[in-house]
Structure formats: structure tokens, C-alpha cells
Design a protein around this ligand. Structure first.
Ligand code: NI
Length: 254
């Protein structure tokens, strides 16, 4: 079955139909979901969802756009959440320079702290990196992220950057963007990345694939991503589902 490695079902856009949607996933081929915390409250909500649904696991962390809410006290709480039996990763964390705020200095500081938290707790890390390729890589190298392990979620850089992450033995989260006609660079990168390093993800409710681009995204759209990868790799959709599930189970130790 399809392993969804990155969704935000705690998001308020799912408030009206969350229960029905989540209950429908398994019968429509989505076997396992990692719900990703992007803020402190999102991380709390992630743990609650993981407690409620057997097929949902959680990652706890604070997205670079939200790090201004962090302080020593609530960071200690985040550390406590890592000990929960259904928490399988730290994240999402990383760097996002798309908007000027929060500033790079603060973003880097909390990215480093969350990488160290992953190391300390023995969990893999889920990295968000947007328009910040060099700084992300510098920090990952400095903190020897290769020893921590993890996934670069919604990978959006090209082949050269893919090589750098591969050298650290990282996985690549591939989602709806791969179906966009203008995603030439990403398609080249996916052709280059070995199948054994690819995870399926949606980033729901964001980044819906063609032909649903712009709509609310859910894991039910993952077959479009599977098909795009199968075409690029010249293998069957079943093979893409099987290998990516194996990869995710290995990374998250499930
Ligand atoms: Ni995300």
C-alpha cells in the first residue's frame, strides 16, 4: 500500500471532514501516514492524531516560518514529545528564505537545535529547505547530519544538490510538484536519484498534483505522483509503491 510520508492533517482546512477522510484512506490504498508537526500546537495535534488512528505516526518539530514561538521551555516540551511511542521523526525543521522573516540567524539557530534534538533522541529528521540550499547543506555538514539520517521533504532543487544529499545518505520526499509540466529540473533530479532513496509525500493540504493543482490536497492524490515517478523511472506503479513503502519503513523504523 502507499506510504504517505508527509501530511498535515491537523490543519484547520480538514476540520469539517477530517474523520471521514482519514477513515477512507486505507480502503483507497493509503496504508500508512506520517503526520508532520509544523508548530508547537501542530506537534501536539500530531501526537493526538497518532494516538487516535493506528495507521498514523507523527513527526514533531517547528517549521522555519514558525520558529519565533520557540523558547527553552517549550523546546523542552518538544523534546518530551519525542519520547512518545508513535513519534518517529523530528520535523519539519530547516530553512526557508522565501520571506524575509524570521531572519536567517534565528532560523539557523533553531534548525541546529532541532538537528541536535534528532541526534539526541535517535530519531531521523524531516528537513524543509526552500531557497536556502547552501545554508541548509552547510549546517547539515557541520552537524554531520549523515549520522542522524532523514529526508529532504518536498525536494525542489536540481541534480547537483541531490548528489550532495545522497552523499549524506538522505532520502528525498517527492510530491505533487513532480506532475507539474514546468518541473523540468526536478524531473531530471528524480531520474538521477536511486529508487531506494525516494519517499512519497503530499504535504497536504498543499501542493496538489495535476490535474488537481490549486485544490486542497490529500493523500488520495498520491497515485498521480506514483504514476509520474513510474514513467520517469520506466517501472510499474506497483513497483514505485512497493519500494517507496519499504524505504519509508526503513527510515522510520516501522
Ligand atoms: Ni510540510
Amino acid at each position: 500500500m502507499i506510504f504517505e510520508s508527509h501530511a498535515h492533517y491537523d490543519d484547520e482546512v480538514f476540520d469539517d471532514d477530517r474523520e471521514a477522510l482519514l477513515m477512507s484512506l486505507r480502503e483507497r490504498g493509503i496504508g500508512t501516514v506520517i503526520n508532520i508537526g509544523a508548530s508547537l500546537s501542530g506537534s501536539e495535534a500530531t501526537v493526538k492524531l497518532a494516538e487516535q488512528y493506528p495507521f498514523i505516526y507523527g513527526a514533531v518539530g517547528v517549521h522555519p516560518s514558525e520558529i519565533e514561538e520557540l523558547n527553552e521551555e517549550n523546546f523542552a516540551h518538544l523534546r518530551d514529545l519525542c519520547a512518545h511511542e508513535k513519534v518517529v521523526a523530528v520535523g519539519e525543521t530547516g530553512l526557508d528564505y522565501h520571506y524575509p522573516e524570521p531572519g536567517a540567524v534565528l532560523q539557523k539557530e533553531w534548525f541546529e537545535r532541532q538537528l541536535l534534538l534528532a541526534r539526541e533522541t535517535g530519531l531521523p529528521v524531516i528537513i524543509h529547505s526552500r531557497e536556502a540550499a547552501k545554508d541548509t547543506l552547510d549546517i547539515m555538514r557541520a552537524l554531520r547530519a549523515g549520522e542522524i539520517g532523514g529526508v529532504v521533504h518536498c525536494f525542489s532543487y536540481g541534480k547537483e544538490m541531490a548528489r550532495e544529499y545522497l552523499n549524506m545518505d538522505f532520502y528525498f520526499g517527492i510530491g505533487g510538484v513532480i506532475t507539474f509540466p514546468n518541473a523540468k529540473k526536478l524531473k531530471e533530479a528524480v531520474e538521477y536519484i536511486p529508487m531506494e532513496k525516494i519517499l512519497l509525500e503530499t504535504d497536504s493540504p498543499y501542493l496538489a498534483p495535476q490535474p488537481h493543482r490549486g485544490e486542497r490536497n490529500t493523500s488520495l492524490n498520491l497515485p498521480y505522483v506514483v504514476e509520474a515517478i513510474a514513467q520517469l523511472k520506466g517501472i510499474s506503479c506497483e513497483e514505485v509503491e512497493r519500494v517507496t513503502e519499504e524505504n519509508a519503513r526503513k527510515l522510520f523504523q516501522l
